[in-house]
Design a binder for this molecule. Structure first.
Ligand code: 5AD
Ligand code: SF4
Length: 468
């Protein structure tokens, strides 16, 4: 048994990160024959992409996918630790699985992802949910075949490493889309914002080499992919951990020069956003004018307590530079009710929202995560007050989101049609600026980038028709 350890997860070493190739023994390739797997994913795009890897590994072992948990022989929950509610949802699901296991005792059930990296969670599992067969973390996804072999031989497996290991290249992926793909450019995060659990669950920052990334993008392009999103917790710091003479702006430029039709990247930390990066976005039509720039708070006092390393003023300065990118859309993340946030602090946040008029924002109530510095800070604001602030903020955010969308009415935009819309027989896709559009079009247009005239605008989506 290898349990996670919070103390170890905090450590950052100078150890050189090595790269290894994904490998699965031939003897494991039939282990899943006639068995079905069900996997549920919580959390961010990083987790979604991990699930794509896990699915491909399972299919390499001859498992087949089912959408119905009740039909599965193997159930995995790829979990998120970022806020208490993600955590609670997972424990709710574990309850449902227990129920299922009472009638079908042969089901193998396990959890992986960020919650599996938390010492408190694994302790709770060992105490209360000891019937779970498998727990593995974010650093050893590629070892899943060996773990499953042992599980099927009757041994419960708990294998979570708190210190990140090597980077595994050439992991297979069963991608959700045929047209757009996630591409990891780095793992982990060294920013240690005081509220955030990610540096503990995802380990130290490790960048992939530019060569490996470009190879993956070229490969995706040759398979017909139209869009890649470069993924990292803090993409602007890409390369800083490598002994290399390139940074994020060089990488972005190199990816743009592959000629793939659309390039996106998430998430940016304001601290590392360079002018060179802005130039690359401006100078390449295939780098999409869409930037997610988390604000978290507009109050300098709270930003300092959060360990964000910028001020309201420097954030706004960067924001204004980014606004010079033609047609750019900018979204953000905001936390309300951080420990000690006063009404005045909150009003500073509202002030930034009123100034930036974001295209959209993800807003959250602060959630205390065990082991982070903020969890020890005095938090004397009532939940009611926090909920009221969230509501007040959301009203403002929605107003500006609608205003931003209104500007699109009767305009022509390019949309990559990627799937069927929930509404009628339409297709759906995103503009270059990441606006969701429902388009009247038949399925033959799937996977194409088409010119669309916007006919109706709502707060979170638009409707349009194809123009020739
Ligand atoms: N509580 C609330 N929101 C959080 N986020 C990260 N950690 C917490 C937390 N402890 C939010 C931040 C981040 C987004 C992914 O989740 O806004 O940008
Ligand atoms: Fe993603 Fe962070 Fe949630 Fe982990 S904790 S799944 S990295 S959002």
């Amino acid at each position: 048994m290898q349990k996670p350890c919070l103390k170890e997860a905090k450590v950052r070493t100078n150890s050189v990160v090595k790269t290894r190739d994904y490998h699965i023994d031939d003897s494991l390739k039939t282990l899943g024959k006639n068995k079905k797997y069900f996997i549920r994913t919580y959390g961010c795009q990083m987790n979604e992409h991990d699930t794509e890897n896990i699915k491909a590994i399972l299919e390499d072992m001859s498992f087949t996918e089912t959408d119905e948990m009740e039909n599965a022989d193997l159930i995995l929950l790829n979990t998120c630790a970022i806020r208490e509610n993600a955590h609670n949802k997972v424990f709710g699901m574990i309850g449902r699985i227990k129920h299922l296991k009472e009638t079908k005792p042969n089901i193998i059930a396990g959890i992986c992802g960020c919650m599996a990296q938390e010492e408190v969670v694994v302790d709770e599992i060992l105490n209360k949910y000891n019937w779970l067969n498998l727990v593995f973390g974010t650093h050893n996804i590629d070892n899943l075949p060996n773990l499953l072999q042992k599980v099927y031989a009757g041994e419960k497996q708990i294998e979570v490493y708190s210190i990140e290991g090597d980077i595994t290249e050439n992991m297979p992926a069963k991608r959700d889309s045929k047209y757009k793909a996630w591409v990891n450019i780095m793992y982990g995060c060294d920013k240690f914002c005081t509220y955030c659990i990610v540096p503990y669950t995802r380990g130290k920052q490790r960048s992939r080499t530019m060569n490996d990334i470009i190879k993956e993008v070229m490969d995706l392009k040759s398979q017909g992919y139209k869009e890649v999103t470069l993924l990292g917790q803090n993409v602007n710091a890409y390369g800083k951990d490598l002994d290399a003479d390139y940074d994020m702006s060089d990488l972005l430029e190199a990816v743009a020069e592959t000629g793939i039709e659309r390039v996106r990247f998430i998430t940016s930390h304001p601290w590392d956003f360079t002018d060179k990066m802005i130039d690359v976005i401006k100078n390449h039509d295939n780098v999409m004018p869409y930037i997610h720039l988390p604000l978290q708070s507009g109050s300098d006092r709270i930003l300092k307590l959060m360990g964000r390393r910028y001020t309201k003023e420097s954030y706004l300065k960067l924001f204004n530079k980014l606004k010079e990118i033609p047609n750019v859309s900018i979204t953000t993340d905001i936390i309300v009710g951080f420990p000690g946030e006063t009404r005045e602090d909150f009003e500073e946040t509202l002030d930034v929202v009123n100034t930036c008029k974001y295209d959209s924002a993800f807003t959250f109530i602060f959630s205390s995560r065990e082991g982070t510095p903020a969890a020890k800070m005095k938090d004397d604001i009532s939940l009611k007050e926090k909920e009221d602030r969230l509501h007040e903020l959301n009203v403002l955010v929605n107003k500006y989101a609608k205003e931003a969308n209104d500007k699109y009415l009767n305009k022509e935009v390019l949309v990559l049609l990627e799937g069927k819309s929930n509404k009628g027989d339409n297709l759906m896709g995103y503009t270059e600026t990441m606006k969701l559009v429902n388009v009247k079009a038949s399925e033959e247009y799937l996977g194409q980038i088409v010119k669309v005239k916007i006919t109706e605008v709502k707060t979170w989506s638009m409707d349009g028709v194809i123009v020739k």
